[in-house]
Design a protein around this ligand. Structure first.
Ligand SMILES: C[S@@+](CC[C@H](N)C(=O)[O-])C[C@H]1O[C@@H](n2cnc3c(N)ncnc32)[C@H](O)[C@@H]1O
Length: 264
């Protein structure tokens, strides 16, 4: 199949993804909303800023260096020297999400599509990968760097704290390196649970506060200054269990945690 040219064309997966949107989230002028190469559901609106950690994602510079430099370097600091590298993160996401051909997968706060485009390969031509993010500059980069050979990949500009998708519309939901930036992370988790089908899988990579008292002072301060929320050790696993997830698993690495679960 010929590769789709994304920068100028309406994304090939648009029709399929439209069926997953809540009726009130569908744009009145679809052509205009899809003109950037991603589907813009926010227009002038922007999610509440939680601080510099989130504001940097809206700049032009960070998306340019994000995938190659920014994410690996900051990830290394947060995960610790012996923690998983980027290739390991992709492997962890794959394991927790259990993607197979034909699945629908949502990548929440997808940034420049560094995970979304790989998910699109895993779910293949009959599957669908949707990346949602609030930052136009991140999404421009995502569109530019995602060739979409299967016509199964769509980027959406929307708010993770108010996902615009219908209930039970995805088989898997990923949210890596972002939950700690959201103004209402537990509302975002409500939405992730809501849009998953029964048996659907979630994978989250986010912050995790240390249990050592002196270090808690430091990570508390860093978190407060940057607007990055530091979750307690059992906060995310507990929140997933409360939202009806089973087989909840956690791997802590430095000041981060990977958490996965399956919707009952
Ligand atoms: C650090 S990047 C993570 C990108 C990718 N998931 C990864 O693991 O590398 C965080 C992303 O969260 C997005 N973001 C922050 N708050 C958001 C919100 N309320 N709704 C949607 N996206 C949001 C930012 O625009 C940014 O692209």
């Amino acid at each position: 199949m010929a590769a789709t040219t994304r920068a100028s064309a309406v994304p090939a997966a648009l029709d399929r993804a439209l069926a997953l949107l809540k009726l009130d989230a569908r744009p009145a002028d679809l052509q205009a909303a899809a003109a950037p190469g991603y589907l813009d559901l926010l227009g002038e609106e922007e999610p509440t800023s939680t601080g510099i950690g989130q504001d940097l994602m809206l700049t032009g510079v960070v998306p340019m260096i994000y995938e190659r430099w920014w994410r690996p370097a900051l990830g290394r600091v947060a995960k610790g020297l012996l923690g998983p590298g980027m290739a390991d993160e992709h492997r962890i996401a794959r394991l927790l999400l259990g993607l197979t051909p034909g699945d629908g997968v949502l990548d929440v706060a997808c940034g420049p599509g560094n995970f979304t485009r790989r998910f699109a390969h895993l779910v293949g031509q009959t599957g669908l990968a949707v990346g949602i993010d609030a930052s136009p500059t991140m999404l421009e980069r995502a569109v530019r760097d995602s060739p979409d050979p299967f016509g199964n990949l769509l980027y959406v500009r929307g708010n993770a704290v108010e996902l615009p998708f219908r209930d039970r519309s995805f088989d898997a939901v990923c949210c890596f390196a972002a939950l700690h930036l959201f103004a209402k992370p537990f509302v975002a988790l409500d939405h992730m649970a809501r849009v998953l089908t029964p048996g659907g899988r979630v994978a989250v990579f986010t912050s995790c506060r240390t249990r050592s008292a002196p270090l808690r002072t430091v990570d508390g301060l860093v978190g407060a200054r940057s607007g990055i929320r530091m979750f307690e050790h059992d906060e995310i696993t507990g929140a997933l269990a409360e939202r009806g997830f089973e087989d909840v698993r956690q791997r802590v690495s430095g000041l981060t945690q990977f958490v996965g679960g399956r919707k009952a």
